[in-house]
Design a protein around this ligand. Structure first.
Ligand code: IMP
Ligand code: MG
Length: 180
């Protein structure tokens, strides 16, 4: 069983790269179907964690579209701080556009609520959310998540863009923290 050590913590493979790619494909198929014929939808990818998911998903999108990146953070170490800060704003025109927010993972939903709240003031025509991973047990909100790649248990994970204090984003598989 593949394991990695980052700083003081050990992690074990829990979702292989093949499984991740299957989930990405499934989301892309649904989005392609739902947005067929729409006028240049705008994907908003939430950095840092979503960069790999965004790159892989985007290659499967078959309609004319744009992508932009928004940087927020709510994590310190392995627990959500609850406070979300917006670090980089959106410059693209959002008013009247069909927007698809791309998240690596929705945990408590605090980040998502913040993003959707901020987006509303730009008056998009529509906003949908796609997340590769979703932790239903941790979710505190009732905002609709339109596209979910995989539901996962409420464990801390890394890899495929997700980090532990900045580390582990480069791993192609997803790993779960081994509890000592
Ligand atoms: P939320 O605001 O609690 O929903 O957290 C959302 C953000 O926290 C995600 O976009 C991730 O960047 C980060 N996050 C949530 N769960 C994990 C995890 O298990 N590992 C690494 N980062 C996570
Ligand atoms: Mg994130």
């Amino acid at each position: 069983m593949k394991q990695v050590k980052l700083k003081d913590k050990e992690f074990r493979v829990s979702i292989t790269s093949d499984k991740i790619q299957e989930a990405v494909d499934q989301i892309a198929k649904k989005i392609n179907n739902d947005y067929k014929g729409k006028d240049v939808p705008l994907f908003i990818s939430i950095l840092n964690g979503s960069f790999m998911f965004t790159a892989d998903l985007f290659k499967h999108i078959d309609f004319v579209c744009e992508v932009t990146f928004l940087k927020l953070t709510s994590y310190r170490g392995t627990a959500s701080t609850g406070a979300v800060r917006q670090l980089i704003g959106v410059n693209e025109a959002i008013e009247g556009r069909d927007v698809i927010v791309l998240e690596d993972i929705v945990d408590t939903g605090i980040t998502l609520e913040q993003i959707l709240g901020q987006l509303k003031s730009f008056e998009p025509a529509s906003v949908r959310v796609a997340t590769l991973l979703f932790k239903p047990e941790a979710y505190l909100k009732d905002l609709k998540i339109d596209y979910v790649g995989m539901e996962i248990p409420n464990d801390f994970i890394i890899g495929y863009g997700l980090d532990y204090d900045g580390l582990g984003r480069n791993l192609a598989d997803i790993y779960t923290l081994i509890n000592e």
